[in-house]
Write a protein that binds this ligand. Structure first.
Ligand code: HEM
Length: 73
């Protein structure tokens, strides 16, 4: 529980699936199977990488809270 919010397994499943999709998109953008015009391409790849990092950390944190039955706040 994080400030009264209970982490349920289904949330982690959706979170993990979203992360996998984002990673797949990132790989396809990196391999230029999905293209954006000019400098936009690099920018999208860069911001998607930061989004992946931020969301992964949040997902990992919530996963640990759930697995170890932690209560925060
Ligand atoms: C097969 C997969 C990938 C390929 C072929 C690839 C390719 C590239 C290329 C060619 C660049 C140079 C900049 C550009 O032309 O856009 C780049 C930059 C970068 N890539 Fe990837 N990438 C892949 C996957 C990933 C993944 C999975 C991540 C992170 C989760 C990532 C994060 C970055 C970052 C942070 C940069 C620097 C961007 C910048 O400085 O503007 N890449 N990648």
């Amino acid at each position: 529980m994080v400030f009264g919010f209970v982490v349920k397994p289904v949330m982690l499943v959706w979170g993990g699936s979203f992360l996998l999709l984002l990673l797949l998109a990132q790989i396809l953008i990196g391999m230029r199977k999905i293209r954006f015009k000019g400098r936009t391409h690099q920018k999208v790849h860069k911001w998607a990488a930061w989004a992946l990092l931020a969301f992964s950390l949040f997902h990992a944190f919530m996963g640990i809270v759930y697995a170890l039955h932690l209560t925060i706040g």
